[in-house]
Design a protein around this ligand. Structure first.
Ligand code: C2E
Ligand code: MG
Ligand code: MG
Ligand code: MG
Length: 291
């Protein structure tokens, strides 16, 4: 039997509809407990600014190791958790972990920002900005060290609800980024309507730009138009030196991808940072990365 999933060929075994349904059912009914049982954790992927290649921040990415299913891809369980109305608990968990991480870095003299992915459902929750603001205060993290990433479709599915919430978050001083840019149906012009600071070029274009002139053109135009709107431009999916060099030449501000690092567990990230931190005696340490 042959099937494709996410572009990869899966041979030999195709789950039945019943099995898919059961797996999804188990995921959503067990999710809350899995948070308490420590099956869910947060990994962090570093981002570096170009051209100086300093560690500028990390993206928080949720991980779930299920006792029966093993590692479940967030692209599978996040939508399921979202549809089941449980995204509030997931976002809160990731946000708490991420804020405590930033606080710990501050205590160590490191100023590193963290980006947390939001779901469209978070942007429909009127209480969300207040809870975020309370968490920032409680943990002791300045709002400019927190970024929220949201997808275009997330905002556009219900702009009437999402916009006031985005404005509130922005007014708190939190950095807002549009994730996976270029994959939705919206144009850069519509970005002007949103209170956003950053645009993240979807990894599909960045991965393709070495071999596909169309992808290269998309990347170039997002960088240029992003800048003309005063936005910081981040490229995700930077896997090769060539891509990083091209992005640097285009003036792209920040690079994220396997070339810099894969997402890392908290412990592995600490070691990764430690190896790249140049400390100046008597001054605040700065994390300097040379690739
Ligand atoms: P995303 O926010 O666009 O995150 C970037 C994804 O690209 C991550 O996949 C990351 O591991 C992957 N990636 C990073 N660099 C490279 C690279 O150089 N090459 C390739 N091929 N891939 C790269 P991941 O961790 O599997 O997450 C997938 C998606 O799941 C995320 O896409 C995001 O939409 C969602 N997600 C992850 N964590 C959370 C979360 O805490 N909350 C919410 N709501 N969604 C999350
Ligand atoms: Mg993201
Ligand atoms: Mg993305
Ligand atoms: Mg994505």
């Amino acid at each position: 039997v042959r099937a494709t999933r996410g572009g990869e060929e899966v041979r030999g075994y195709v789950p039945s509809m019943g099995q898919i349904f059961m797996r999804r059912f188990q995921m959503v009914t067990q999710f809350r407990q899995s948070l308490e049982d420590g099956q869910v954790s947060v990994h962090y992927q570093p981002k570096v600014s170009l051209p100086n290649r300093q560690v500028q921040g990390v993206e928080a990415l949720v991980r779930w190791v299920h006792p029966e299913f093993g590692r479940i891809d967030p692209d599978e369980f996040v939508p399921a958790v979202e549809a089941a109305g449980l995204i509030g608990a997931l976002t809160e968990f990731v946000l708490e972990e991420a804020l405590h991480r930033v606080r710990k870095w501050l205590d160590d003299g490191l100023r590193i920002s963290v980006a947390v992915n939001l779901s469209v459902r978070n942007l429909a929750d009127e209480e969300f900005p207040r809870r975020v603001s309370q968490a920032l205060e409680r943990v002791g993290v300045p709002p400019e060290l927190l970024t929220f990433e949201l997808t275009e479709s997330g905002v556009m599915s219900d702009p009437q609800k999402a916009l006031p919430i985005l404005r509130e978050l922005h007014a708190l001083g939190i950095v807002l980024a549009v994730d996976d840019f270029g994959t939705g149906y919206s144009s850069l012009a519509y970005l002007r309507q949103l209170p956003v600071d950053q645009v993240k070029i979807d990894k599909s274009f960045v991965l393709g730009m070495g071999t596909d002139l169309g992808d290269l053109a998309v990347v170039r135009s997002i960088v240029e138009l992003g800048h003309s709107l005063g936005l910081t431009v981040v490229a995700e999916g930077v896997e090769e030196d060539v891509a990083r060099d091209q992005l640097e030449a285009m003036g792209c501000d920040v690079a994220q991808g396997y070339l810099i690092s894969r997402p890392l567990s908290e412990e592995r990230l600490e070691a990764w940072l430690q190896a790249r931190t140049a400390r100046t005696p008597g001054r605040h340490a700065e994390a300097v990365l040379t690739l």
